[in-house]
Design a protein around this ligand. Structure first.
Ligand code: BCO
Length: 565
């Protein structure tokens, strides 16, 4: 991208300054640690320049559609203009400064891209969150992060208003809507009147950029804080090999805007390659609409959780031979070999697996063109050195079960999260010898392919969502019928795993119709927390298995679900 190669040169000469197809030369490779990096100025504005010089085809940078036939097509030039305006709205109108936090809770609307990049331009730390969140989820996030601003839509505005008085740090509420609302700034009209002149901050690679909330076994979600190196990693040649995107590609990532997969797949990965980001508003998941979209638009590559591919396969369409689709990648949950084969049979396209977490981004994967071992999540992607480790951080030999560890000593690799914000205990807990312990269990074979086995803790991975059992148990505890509950994962043919709740009822509810009560409890969870967490399976029991100290033995219940002893 730039003509020179600054940074620290630990890499062999032949690895430096590799060409980025059609776009000059890459400035850094995975062994460099440049002092400064900013995705907006180093990547987005570069493609704007390429466009101006006629060195990039006129494909849009963002191609957004909805099911009412509306379309937005923005060039890189327009993206630069609009995100500079957004930056000015944040700093001038809202008075936000570098380091302030902004909660970004938007569905798939074009403004999601403006806000993300506007934050990167100004050094405001953005915190993506799913629009499935309820008032309590939002309250927790605003309070724990000390967010100064929130950007959301009409649907969530009342939920935000109901908790705003309890969030003294929250100074600015921005609404993305065609209507105005009292107490809210109107994002769309502010953008129109803002100046397009803005000088991007010179961010240090290690300065904070984004926070993702991530669930654990206990307590509330933790804040995994990433620096600008997270975006730089997408730029490294080793990472570019995963998808091998070109400027002519049209890339569709189906992940909800609240997850790290969307930041990677709908923003960083495709724009680093100068590709077109394709987005469908898709307010409700509908595999029929997804299939029709693949037939209607010239999408060449796709990234989605395995559950999405499973749900597409379940649709009885006469043909799943999509005219322009060339490459499919998946991540977020385990994928079975049969599912990979079925996708190939029906679509004619191989399904490549990758693996990552909110703490790590994509850590390993089967790179495009690499031999696929069905069921394996591929090999480590540099600069991550990934090993299977025991509980003390000792590296395990091939074909031995252990935890997936990413080496952090002597050097923490670019792209790995910095730490859990305000939580040194949890940060220390996941350090294991020279490694960051992902908490995921796996093996590695002699050829360096990783094979996922499951979690080492009670975290549930349901259709690609990481769900903390305590979050669901707390929601259930608010219902008068529930004396106590234990929430674990349970196998499911479509979603991989689903949330299952074992519930001990209070005496007054023992005579209730169990199906009716199940529905009521499910509805209750959906109403008090993000609905994706609700227990799709419920079993009423007279007691829960406990240790002698009274701790619920979730692992016993989970093993029973999976038919293990
Ligand atoms: O199934 P139900 O209808 O009973 O309930 C569903 C929704 O209908 C409902 N719901 C959604 N929004 C609601 C609502 N109810 C009330 N109010 C609202 N605002 O709640 C349930 C939500 O469950 P879901 O999201 O699993 O629903 P759905 O529609 O079946 O979606 C299926 C999937 C596969 C599209 C969805 O589960 C999904 O997107 N999964 C992938 C998640 C993902 O992207 N994970 C990646 C995380 S990042 C990562 O792993 C790191 C990789 C580097």
């Amino acid at each position: 991208i730039h003509m020179s190669c600054p940074g620290f040169h630990h890499a062999p000469q032949h690895l430096r300054c590799q060409p980025l197809s059609g776009a000059g030369t890459l400035r850094w490779n995975e062994y460099d640690r440049p002092e400064e990096f900013n995705f907006a100025s180093d990547v987005l504005d570069h493609w704007t320049q390429m466009e101006k010089e006629g060195k990039r085809s006129p494909n849009p940078a963002l191609w957004w559609v909805n099911d009412q036939g509306d379309e937005v097509k923005w060039s890189f030039r327009e993206m630069t203009d609009l995100t500079r305006r957004t930056a000015n709205v944040f700093t001038q109108t809202c008075g936000l400064q570098t380091g302030d936090r902004l909660a970004l809770i938007l569905p798939r609307v074009p403004e999601w891209w403006l806000v993300s990049v506007g934050c990167i331009r100004t050094g405001i730390i953005f915190m993506p969150g799913t629009t499935q969140m309820k008032a309590k989820d939002i309250l927790y996030r605003l309070q724990v992060s000390g967010a100064k601003a929130i950007v959301t839509t009409d649907t969530l505005a009342p939920e935000v208003e109901s908790v705003a008085p309890e969030c003294p740090s929250l100074k600015t509420k921005l609404l993305v809507s065609d209507h105005s609302r009292e107490g809210w700034l109107d994002f769309r009209s502010l953008i129109k009147s803002a100046s397009p002149d803005h000088v991007c901050i010179k961010s240090k690679t290690l300065d904070p950029m984004v926070i993702f909330f991530t669930s654990g076994t206990t307590g509330f979600p933790k804040m995994a804080k990433h620096n600008h190196g997270f975006a730089l990693r997408s730029y490294f040649p080793a990472c570019r090999k995963l998808l091998q995107l070109k400027a002519s590609d049209v890339f569709w990532c189906l992940s909800d805007t609240g997850w790290i997969l969307a930041t990677l797949g709908s923003l960083l990965e495709p724009w680093t390659a100068g590709s077109t980001v394709f987005a469908h508003h898709l307010p409700q998941f509908d595999s029929k609409v997804i299939i029709e979209t693949f037939f209607k638009y010239p999408i060449t590559q796709c990234l989605a959780a395995p559950s999405v591919y499973r749900m597409i396969l379940q649709q009885k369409f006469t043909s799943l031979r999509f005219p322009t689709l060339e490459h499919c990648c998946t991540g977020g949950e385990a994928l079975l070999p049969e599912e990979q084969e079925q996708w190939k049979r029906q679509t004619g396209i191989l399904l490549y697996q990758a693996y990552g977490q909110s703490e790590t981004g994509i850590t390993c994967g089967t790179l495009r063109g690499m031999k696929i071992k069905p069921g394996s999540m591929g090999k480590a992607i540099p600069p991550f050195d990934i090993q299977i480790i025991d509980d003390k951080g000792n590296i395990q030999p091939p074909n031995t079960e252990g935890n997936i560890g990413i080496r952090i000593k002597p050097t923490r690799p670019i792209g790995l999260f910095m730490y859990y914000e305000n939580n040194p205990e949890k940060t220390a807990e996941v350090e294991c010898g020279d490694f960051y312990n992902t908490g995921d269990r796996a093996t590695i074979d002699e050829e360096g392919y990783f094979w996922f086995l499951g979690r080492s803790d009670d975290v549930i991975n349901a259709s690609g969502y990481r769900i903390g059992p305590a979050e669901v148990e707390n929601a259930l505890a608010e219902h008068p019928a529930v004396a106590e509950s234990a929430v674990v994962s349970s196998p499911d043919p479509v979603r991989g795993e689903v949330v299952k709740a074992f519930i001990v009822l209070n005496p007054g509810f023992l005579s209730r119709d169990q199906d009716e009560l199940t529905k009521e409890l499910q509805q209750h969870v959906k109403s008090v927390t993000a609905p994706y967490k609700y227990p799709r399976k419920v079993e009423f029991v007279s007691e829960l298995p406990k240790t002698i100290t009274g701790k619920i033995k979730r692992s016993e219940l989970r093993k029973k679900e999976f038919g293990q002893k």
